[in-house]
Design a protein around this ligand. Sequence first.
Ligand SMILES: NC(=O)c1ccc[n+]([C@@H]2O[C@H](COP(=O)([O-])OP(=O)(O)OC[C@H]3O[C@@H](n4cnc5c(N)ncnc54)[C@H](O)[C@@H]3O)[C@@H](O)[C@H]2O)c1
Ligand SMILES: N[C@H](CO)Cc1c[nH]c[nH+]1
Ligand SMILES: [Zn+2]
Length: 438
Amino acid sequence: MIALYSYPSDASEQFLRRLRERGAIVDETIEARVKGILEEVRKKGDRAIVEYTRAFDCPDFEKAMIAVSDDEIEKAYEEISGFDRDFTDIIRRAADNVREFHEAQKERSWFMTRDDGVFLGQMVRPVESVGAYIPGGAEGATPLISTVIMTVIPARVAGVKEIAIASPPRKDGTLHPGLLVTAKECGAQRIYRMGSAWAVAAFAWGTETVKPVNIIVGPGNIYVTTAKRLLMGIVGVDIIAGPSEVLIIADETANPVFVAADLLSQAEHDTYASPVLITWNKELAEGVIEEVKRQVRSLPRRDVALEALTNYGACFLVENEDVAAELANRIAPEHLELHVKTPWDWLGKITNAGALFIGHYTPEPLGDYFAGPNHVLPTSQTARFASALGVQNFLRRISLLHYPEEAFFRDASAVERMARWEGLEAHARSISIRKKNG
Ligand SMILES: NC(=O)c1ccc[n+]([C@@H]2O[C@H](COP(=O)([O-])OP(=O)(O)OC[C@H]3O[C@@H](n4cnc5c(N)ncnc54)[C@H](O)[C@@H]3O)[C@@H](O)[C@H]2O)c1
Ligand SMILES: N[C@H](CO)Cc1c[nH]c[nH+]1
Ligand SMILES: [Zn+2]
């Protein structure tokens, strides 16, 4: 169960080391296993997808099941009202919020012309194709439908033409109808039934059924994130969006019931999830721990949550607000919630976080599902240098250069000399040849 640490202390340092070593970045056993999977998919294509899917997700899986047909999508629309009659309406509202937020991120091409006629600029172009990974979710029963919105909508806003999604099939070989309807609503053109590292490999290498893509995006478990990391460079990848994390900074104004609920909201994702509280109020820390114990009992996924709380959960008792901010920045969490009296004053203190949830009534699930910002966020301390998935991930900036003849002759000898400093004679001659023959 969630432990209470004084910070700084030896025990808290040990916990922080465990947190740092958690996840995809350093697990060599998992890395070796994933390398094997990538190689199998590269060599055997669809056959490998079928073998892995049979072994892990669906015992009766067949090659013909990898790609989802239009008929299945149509059927999913019929089934979805039985699941929840407001499903499509709610998905559309969430998608509209996410679209509006991401429209504001769009980058423009720009150009500048100097007095001498030199023309420089940057042309923004979307990548041509994207493969979005959609996690299978709790025991593969319900995938993270919201992740379809968070990956497909920004790609569409960026102008990507070909968008495919992949998610592991359920035991009976189907995908949740909500996933299919959401994919269609958001504008994904292809849907594949495949999960884990073999899905990432198929997007990277391509198979008989799966078209290779330019960039793979989306969160996933440790096998998915390790596969993305190993394939980075062969194919574009977005960020390390691994097992979820929430860090809450709370003072005496915080409601322990809210704080405990928010910690558990991420703990239930994965046994590797990390729920952390930082406070300088001992009474609150103890109240939250008691409340976590009480609330976890009634959760359907209590075993997952308990393992996450025990392995990667902590309450840190610190001296004051400044130490709290320093520790939060050190942890660099995916989500940071501020349950404090004057949350806006904290904005200047926070430097490392994927997303900031400001105030007692801004719980993390608002961001997971509905508000508009992206829920695909950097984990495992990568928020020190990475950001949420956004329109930028789907764009490339192509530099533009044009020199009129006169400007060329003015700069020619400077360039020639720089080339010779580097011992690159052919570079120098590309300039001098124009001087002689121009
Ligand atoms: N950081 C973010 O932005 C973000 C967003 C959403 C979800 N998440 C995280 O993504 C993760 C999703 O995990 P999930 O389990 O729901 O779905 P998932 O699809 O990532 O993982 C399930 C797949 O992994 C396979 N698998 C299971 N054991 C395996 C093994 N030993 N070797 C190889 N493959 C194996 C399963 O068969 C299945 O295909 C959670 O940790 C969640 O917290 C993160
Ligand atoms: N909290 C996850 C990101 O870490 C995203 C998510 C999707 N559905 C529910 N939660
Ligand atoms: Zn969540």
